[in-house]
Design a protein around this ligand. Structure first.
Ligand code: KIV
Length: 327
């Protein structure tokens, strides 16, 4: 797959080659993403929704994000791993922000962090970059705070206090030293203007084709999450494939078609004969026979009936409780 992607290689792709980014949160899918040749794996705080079932990205904690980040970092060989700073991990103080960003680098083994916010977080991005941590910005729709204000709306539709603010935000984040910036749900026109104005790459999500790269939430593009926004292209419908596989598995188990002979392990025939001759095996058999006999005598011995099964199970449990299994 070639050498490991670095901040320098991402910045050098601007104007030459589109940057391909996708989210992942666990070892197995991150491994697939890495092998597929994506440039950036974003451990997005979208994990709050698609992995943990929260209604928004706001509740996810540093501890939860670190678990995902560590798993993804273990998987990657080629891609750059960017960890999303969750809500409240950089809002209170610079010390907090630096401490949490450092945790992603040191404990999570991430290559960079992402910070949601424009001008108001310029000083935070600056402090992180000064501390040697590469930062990806994120402006436009900001899912951590959008539900508290205007909701999930396309940004940059009007000039005043919208498109002009976005451009100022993008410039501020570039000035602060970010190496790239995500533009989420920004109109094509504004995204194009920002992309040509900045010297760092823009990575769009729902912001049209003029961005220097694209990012999608893995669960959206693979059809794993119930809801997906209009800007998502679904490359697969994994929900149906998984549901179909599970239905067939269930049918196979219920109808004793699984496990088959090819999934079964056997003892050597001689060893089996020896086992049958041991007192443990004989004891188990004779206890079962005795229990069956007792039940028959009590008039409950319907073969295959509920009472018989419960009775035999009870006998075994009683033996285990008494330590008989190990004696
Ligand atoms: O959390 C996330 O997945 C993101 C992307 C939508 C850019 O921030």
């Amino acid at each position: 797959m070639g050498s490991k992607i670095t901040v320098e290689s991402i910045m050098g792709m601007k104007g030459k080659k589109k940057i391909v980014a996708v989210t992942a949160y666990d070892y197995t899918t991150a491994r697939i993403c890495d092998k597929a040749g994506v440039d950036i794996i974003l451990v997005g705080d979208s994990a709050a929704m698609v992995m943990l079932g929260y209604k928004s990205t706001t509740p996810i904690t540093m501890e939860e994000m670190l678990v995902f980040c560590k798993a993804v970092s273990r998987a990657r060989e080629h891609a750059m791993v960017v960890a999303d700073m969750p809500f409240m991990s950089y809002h209170i103080s610079i010390e907090d922000a630096l401490y949490n960003a450092c945790r992603f680098i040191k404990e999570g083994n991430a290559d960079a962090v992402k910070v949601e916010g424009g001008r108001e977080f310029k000083h935070v991005v600056e402090a992180m970059v000064d501390a040697g941590i590469p930062v990806m910005g994120h402006i436009g729709l900001k899912p951590q705070t959008a539900p508290l204000w205007q909701g999930y709306k396309v940004q940059g539709k009007v000039v005043d206090d919208d498109a002009s603010r976005l451009i100022e935000d993008a410039v501020a984040i570039e000035e602060a030293g970010a190496f790239s910036i995500v533009l989420e749900q920004v109109t094509y026109e504004v995204a194009e203007m920002i992309s040509s104005r900045l010297s760092i790459p823009t990575i769009g999500i729902g912001s049209g084709s003029s961005c220097d790269g694209q990012v999608l939430v893995l669960h959206d593009m693979l059809g794993l999450y119930e809801y997906s926004p209009r800007f998502v292209k679904r490359y697969a419908d994994l929900s149906s494939i998984i549901a179909d596989a599970l239905t067939r598995y269930r049918d196979d188990v219920l109808n004793a078609r699984f496990p088959g002979e090819e999934h079964t392990f056997h003892m050597d025939a001689k060893e089996y004969e020896r086992l049958k001759a041991t007192s443990i095996a004989m004891g188990a058999r004779s206890e079962r026979e005795r229990e069956n006999q007792e039940q028959k005598e009590e008039g409950k011995g319907r073969v295959g009936g509920e009472e018989e099964r419960v009775g035999v199970g009870e006998g075994r449990r009683a033996r285990w409780r008494g330590g008989g299994r190990h004696q």
